[in-house]
Write a protein that binds this ligand. Structure first.
Ligand code: CP
Length: 352
């Protein structure tokens, strides 16, 4: 693929970005990427940060393309940052809220995707409460599908922006301990971070009440990981021992307790969860003094994270949100190079 980003008012040479090779038409999960591809994404996101630092943070990479954003679930960060990212790349952006569309009259996902395509969409960013829904869309849609979060399954752009943020602070993650604490069971963010962080060679610990870790120990036991990562096919630790998970951690990421996904009996009460697993300043003392504090948002302050920790000195939560724009620009830029009209080879499978 040969793509050059040229902002108005600068010379082509000054504005050129590397021309990375990219073969995937869709981004549905991180399990289909090898480490070299994750690195291409991270490098491209770094270039996009450079674009965002310019006085006019707009480049014509997606001029003439239409990006449609179709969200069946609530979102602030993902939805807005994909919109900002697409606009920064000069795409036309169409926003569809499922509850205000013909979906509310019973239209199927497949019909909705066909309709969106007929109306000129080249790229579809979607969020859906059902795991696997973006795969179904990808079978129907002739452009690119980006998964903005599907059920409990995957949130690939979040996994990438979390990895990007950690690497900006810590560099190589080999030997770095990352503790993810919270509602692991219902978390698509945790699942995508498992792929991203084990690929990068981090010492990954997943921690929460046993009821919110169900199935993960078995997954850890059979973990095969991402091909080509810096530390082979590294596994991860699953524990309910918060003290052990936090001990000397370089990164502490807390996850939202997803009240809307809790089946009865998994948690006695939010108060008890906060008392046993909430990340407070005192508990954070077990981690490294310079530990990064992360949260994908939205936060339940006072439940999984104390308000003073959320805005404390180690917190990079706002930076995660900002990096989301650069990472999502990189995703859209790379995928667009595989669309009709581009010279790049297209991989046509739903995972491709
Ligand atoms: N992290 C995340 O997905 O946030 P939103 O639900 O606000 O998009």
């Amino acid at each position: 693929m040969s793509l050059t980003i040229e902002p108005a008012g600068t010379s082509a040479a000054e504005a050129s970005l590397p021309a990375p090779r990219w073969r995937h038409r869709h981004l549905l999960d991180l399990d289909g990427l090898d480490w070299s591809e994750i690195e291409v994404l991270l490098r491209t996101a770094e270039d996009m940060r450079g674009v965002l630092a310019r006085p006019i943070a707009r480049v014509p990479a997606l001029r003439g393309r239409t990006v449609t954003i179709l969200f069946y679930e609530a979102s602030t960060r993902t939805r807005v940052s994909f919109e900002v990212a697409a606009k920064n790349l000069s795409a036309d952006v169409v926003n569809i809220t499922a509850s205000a569309s013909s979906v509310s009259k019973g239209e199927s996902l497949v019909d909705t995707v066909r309709t969106i395509e007929s109306l000129g969409a080249n790229m579809l960013v979607m969020r859906h409460a059902t795991s696997g829904a973006p795969y179904l869309a990808a079978e129907t849609f002739s452009g690119s599908v980006v998964n903005g979060g599907d059920g409990w399954h995957a949130h690939p752009s979040q996994g990438l922006l979390d990895l990007f943020t950690m690497r900006r602070h810590l560099g190589d993650l080999r030997g770095r301990k990352v503790a993810i604490v919270g509602d692991i069971l219902h978390s698509r963010v945790a699942r995508s971070n498992i792929w991203a962080l084990t690929a990068a060679g981090a010492e990954l610990w997943l921690c929460g009440p046993a009821t919110l870790l169900r199935g993960f120990e078995a997954w850890a036991g059979s973990w095969r990981g991402t091909a080509g990562g810096p530390d082979g096919r590294k596994g991860f630790v699953v524990t309910s021992d918060l003290r052990a998970a936090l001990r000397d951690a370089d990164v502490v990421m807390t996850l939202r307790i997803q009240r809307e996904r809790q089946a009865g009996g998994l948690l006695p009460s939010l108060r008890e969860y906060a008392a046993r697993f909430g990340i407070t300043r005192e508990r954070l003392r077990g981690a490294r003094p310079d530990a990064l504090v992360m949260h994908p948002g939205p936060m339940n302050e006072g439940v999984e994270i104390a308000p003073d920790v959320a805005v404390g000195s180690g917190s990079v939560i706002s930076e995660q949100v900002r990096n989301g724009v650069a990472v999502r620009m990189a995703i859209l830029h790379l995928l667009s190079g595989t669309l009709a009209g581009s010279t790049a080879p297209v991989e046509g499978t739903a995972r491709g």
